[in-house]
Each structure stands twice: as C-alpha cells, then as structure tokens.
Design a protein around this ligand. Structure first.
Ligand SMILES: CC(=O)N[C@H]1[C@@H](OP(=O)(O)OP(=O)(O)OC[C@H]2O[C@@H](n3ccc(=O)[nH]c3=O)[C@H](O)[C@@H]2O)O[C@H](CO)[C@@H](O)[C@@H]1O[C@H](C)C(=O)N[C@@H](C)C(=O)N[C@H](CCC(=O)O)C(=O)O
Ligand SMILES: Nc1ncnc2c1ncn2[C@@H]1O[C@H](COP(=O)(O)OP(=O)(O)OP(=O)(O)O)[C@@H](O)[C@H]1O
Ligand SMILES: N[C@H](CCC[C@H](N)C(=O)O)C(=O)O
Ligand SMILES: [Mg+2]
Length: 486
C-alpha cells in the first residue's frame, strides 16, 4: 500500500495544520496496541476507556499523527487532526486508504435474522453466478474463505481492509450485517452501499442503548445516513416496526420495497410448514412462484424473502432469486438440526439469546412436535439483565420442559444469572453445567418430542470470567445422543 498523505485521507473530515496535511500515512488504528511506525492513531472516547490516555504509547510505537474529536487536549507533541465526529472520520479515512470495495454491497439490520439474511443473499448471488461474500456474526464467507468472526460488524479499519481484500480476490457482491453497535459507532460509515434491508425490531442490547427509541434510531442510521438517496430499502412487511422503518426510509428519500404477507416487491400468499421444509406461494414480478424452502421455521421464510428482495433490488431477476431459495442452507447454528436421537427425536441448536428469538424458535418447533418441547438455555453475563426473567417466562410458557443452564457468564456469577431467569420460570430444572444440561435434555426426550438448545448457536467457546474454553453445542448434542444410544 503506497503511503498516502493525511491531506488526501482527511479532506473534508478533520482540521489540521498545513505541515500536518503533508504527512504520509502508513496505516491507521483506534487501538494503541496495533500502532505501527507511520500510523495515524485515532484516540477515541469509548464505553470503558478514553483513547487519549494511549497517545503516549502510540507515539512511542511510531505514530505519525493523532486524530481526536473536538477540542480534546493532546499533550504529547504529535501532529493533531481534529474532527467533529472522529469515529466517522476514521471510518471514511480507512475506506479512502484501502480504496477498493466489492461493487455491489448491501447491509441488513434488525434485531433478529441478520446473519441468516446475509448468508442467504450470498447463496442467491452465488447460484446466479456471482462471486459473492457475506460478513457477520458467523464470520466471513466467500469463494475462498470461511473464517470465524468475533464482531457482527467489524471495526471500521478491519472492515475497510477486508473489503479491499475481497475485491482483490474477485468478489463483486457482498452482504453484511449492520449491528446497532456498528451503526452507532460509525463502523460502516466508509462502506459504499447499494441497498439496505430491515428484518424486525425486538428487545436487544438494552445494556448499551438507553431506550428502545435510541436502539431503533441507531438501526435507522443505515437508512437515513448511510444509504445514498433513492437507493433501495428492502423491509420485512409483517413486523410491528415495519411501518416506522418504512417511514424512516421514505423520509430519507430511499425507494422502499416491502416483502412478506404485506409485501409489494414479494408477497407471501400461502405457506405450508413441514418439519424440515416449507412450501410457499410468492407473488413477485407479476407472477406467482411456488418455492420449496428447505428449512424449518416460518421465520426463515421471512429471512429468505428479505434476502431475495435485496438480491432483486440489486439486479437479480425475480425468478432466479426465488429459484435459488430452493437450494438455501441455513446459517450455522440457526434452528440447525444438530442430531436425531433414536426414535426420530430432533435436537436443534439455535442462536436465540434474546426474547423474541426464543419466542420465535419455540413457536417454530411446536407445529411438528406431537409430544414435549424441551428447551435448554441460559443468558450471557455482562449483558442486559432485564431480558433474563423475560426469557424465563417465554420458555415456561412455550416449552413443556425447561432446563436453565449457563451461556457465557463472563464476569458475572453464573448462579446469580440463573437465579434471575428462574425467578420467572417456575418448575424449570436448573443445571449449571451446559454439557450436563444437554445430556439431561436428550435423556428426557421420547419419540414425538423436540429438543432445542438455545443461545450459543455457532459459537465454539464458553467464556467464564476472562477465560474462553472450547465448547460447542453441536459437539455436545452429538455426544449426548451417542451416550443415550448405548
Ligand atoms: C461496547 C462496544 O461495542 N465496544 C466496542 C468499541 O469499544 P470502545 O470504543 O467502547 O472501547 P473502550 O474499551 O472503551 O476503549 C476506548 C478506546 O481506547 C482504545 N484502547 C484501549 C485499550 C488500549 O490499550 N489502547 C487503546 O487504544 C480502544 O481501541 C478504543 O478505541 O469499539 C471496539 C473497536 O471497534 C470494539 O472492539 C468494542 O467491541 C467490544 C469488544 C464488544 O464486545 N462489542 C460487542 C458488544 C459488539 O459490538 N456487538 C455488536 C452486536 C452483536 C450482535 O447483536 O450481533 C457487534 O457488531 O458485534
Ligand atoms: N426473522 C426472524 N424473526 C424472529 N426471530 C428470528 C428471525 N431470524 C432468526 N431468528 C432467531 O434469532 C436467532 C439469530 O438469528 P440470526 O443469527 O440470523 O440473527 P442476527 O440478527 O444476526 O442475530 P445476532 O444479532 O445475535 O447476531 C435465530 O437462531 C433464531 O432463533
Ligand atoms: N453478539 C451478542 C452475542 C450474544 C450471544 C450469547 N451467547 C451471549 O453470550 O450472551 C453479544 O455479544 O451480546
Ligand atoms: Mg448476527
């Protein structure tokens, strides 16, 4: 990467002295631990720390300049760039620095369904012959990559670098998840988006957002700030927040397309649910299409419609997009059939770690369960505490047997997390050890029953305190089934 001057990168974003403008930059980061010689260090004020205390460290490591917000004082003699919105400036500068991005980029937001929708759009494009990628909670998938990720929406510098790498690898189409953290923290501000999608809004991240309104407005940054005027916004039509989302998109001058039972671009006319697939009649492009979606759960049809809508809105013919749905694979750990106990008893692994998702997954398995629905779940530590009793109540109402266990306790005491769930889950069984809880759920299940292990989905670690040890619900389900088959 040839060095670029600060004046090229920061034009219109930050104020600086003329001698600072001429400084060449070798890279940039908001983390002093990642500074290399010639880097721009962005000293950002975060949720836990103030980045300006790391300026001295950045300087020692050879930083060429520092980016700050407003009139933040910098004592360490490094050339300074001052931006009104430093996170926005960093994201746009990173995009200018790395330059290339796949030509057709879409982002999807909403409380639930983002990972599934991004994975589905990638698969639709790929089936239509495009070199396609998806970026999100489960990582990065492209024709040449399948990399596990950590954040749903990566840090803006990592994201800009990744998009350039994908473009260099020949990826022309990419779908990414826009989390509310990502949108609030401006992680996507440098991404050149062609279209945006919205799935639904429920309760999530109430430890981060002060109100539901703040959470919703953060999501709407995708529509009112990031997408160019008249770009398509594909909105799921049947959610309580569909109308406010459509209004926000229209007010932002976007072209709104609705999908779902109340859709206009794609209208779901009829749906027949089976255990492992669903058969839909969908009106779109002036015709009725019969589509067999090879996934369980009506919510997956909702996700499939948003995905197909985004593919159509960015140029895929309606018939081809809908035909591609017949070959879709679910994202890992989303109502994922992890095993079948002898007697035909399905055991699903699902990523429901928030109220609406749990409600949704438990309702989804009920139609094909003639016996009991058995659910194993917990709640993560250091996250919204108020969702715990809400999820306890939902599990008790919608499942017949509830086993409350540990998720990722992080810095909290796991007994205390379980107690907060159990307060609203009378009759639930408490088994802290997640492995033992899964074994017990599988042991209890008899033909006609369905087991759902919720909350960790694709995750392959369990974080207790500061330590993350290997733990996979898929592996534990397989082990429990084999133990129970002996
Ligand atoms: C709460 C949150 O979102 N935090 C993210 C945020 O950190 P922050 O700005 O608040 O950081 P901070 O710890 O207060 O530190 C302030 C600044 O000092 C810098 N610093 C810190 C230490 C040091 O030694 N040197 C240094 O320079 C930090 O890099 C930061 O710029 O910005 C960082 C860089 O982008 C992220 O890594 C970090 O994600 C943390 C690890 C995290 O867990 N985030 C989760 C909650 C998250 O973002 N989740 C969403 C949604 C998930 C979903 O629903 O799917 C996601 O998109 O993944
Ligand atoms: N459209 C939907 N409506 C309601 N619940 C859904 C929907 N799609 C998925 N879910 C539930 O939410 C869980 C997570 O789905 P997915 O990973 O696709 O969403 P996400 O928005 O990326 O979530 P996260 O923010 O946790 O990464 C699923 O396992 C399922 O329980
Ligand atoms: N991106 C989400 C994932 C939560 C997954 C769940 N297993 C938990 O640990 O709470 C978060 O970090 O809040
Ligand atoms: Mg996700």
């Amino acid at each position: 990467m040839p060095d670029m001057k600060l004046s090229d990168l920061a034009d219109g974003l930050a104020d600086m002295a003329p001698e600072t403008a001429a400084i060449p930059v070798a890279g940039m980061t908001a983390d002093s631990r990642k500074v290399e010689p010639g880097f721009l260090f962005a000293a950002l004020s975060g949720t836990r720390l103030d980045g300006s205390v790391f300026v001295a460290e950045a300087r020692r490591k050879g930083a060429a300049a520092v980016l700050v917000e407003g009139d933040v004082h910098v004592a360490d003699g490094l050339p300074v760039l001052r931006a009104a919105d430093a996170r926005h400036a960093l994201a746009v500068m990173a995009a200018r620095f790395y330059q290339r991005q796949p030509g057709t980029l879409v982002a999807v937001t909403g409380t639930s369904g983002k990972t599934s929708i991004a994975a589905f759009i990638r698969q639709i494009w790929a089936r239509c012959g495009q070199a396609a990628a998806s970026i999100g909670t489960t990582g990065v998938v492209s024709p040449t990559r399948d990399e596990y990720g950590t954040l749903t929406t990566p840090d803006p510098v990592d994201l800009a670098r990744l998009l350039a790498e994908l473009a260099d690898e020949g990826v022309t189409h990419a779908a990414m998840e826009a989390s509310s953290h990502g949108l609030t923290q401006r992680r996507l501000d440098g991404v050149r988006l062609a279209a945006g999608g919205f799935s639904n809004l429920g309760r999530d991240h109430m430890d981060y957002h002060p109100t539901v309104e703040h959470y919703f407005r953060s999501k709407m940054r995708l529509f009112d700030t990031l997408l160019p005027k008249s770009a398509p916004a594909v909105i799921f039509a049947d959610d309580a927040f569909s109308e406010p989302a459509a209004r926000a998109a229209r007010e932002a001058g976007l072209t709104v397309h609705l999908v779902g039972r109340g859709g206009d671009l794609l209208r779901l006319k009829r749906l027949e649910l089976e255990r492992a697939r669903q058969i839909a009649e969908i009106e779109g492009g002036g015709a009725i299409h019969r589509v067999v979606l090879p996934l369980a759960g009506e919510f997956q049809m909702s996700n499939a419609l948003v995905a197909a809508g985004l593919a159509i809105a960015t140029g895929t013919p309606v018939g081809k997009a809908l035909a591609a749905l017949e070959h879709i694979q679910g994202a890992p750990g989303r109502l994922d059939l992890a095993g079948t106990k002898p007697g035909g008893i399905p055991v699903f692994v699902d990523y429901a770690h928030k109220p609406e998702a749990l409600e949704n997954v438990l309702s989804s398995v009920r139609p094909f369960t003639t016996g009991k629905v058995i659910v194993v779940f917990g709640c993560g530590g250091d996250r919204d505490r108020l969702k715990r009793p809400i999820m306890g109540e939902i599990a008790t109402r919608l499942a017949d047997t509830v086993i409350v266990t540990d998720d990722n306790p992080r810095s909290e005491h796991p007994d205390a997390i379980r107690a907060e769930i159990l307060a609203a889950a009378p009759g639930a069984i408490e088994i802290g050890d997640r492995r033992a809880a899964i074994v017990e759920a599988v042991r209890l299940a008899v033909p006609g029953d369905t087991v759902v292990v919720a909350g960790k989905g694709h995750e392959v670690g369990q974080t207790v305190g500061e330590t993350t040890h290997h733990f996979s619900d898929h592996e534990e389900v397989a082990r429990a089934i084999s133990e129970n088959s002996r």
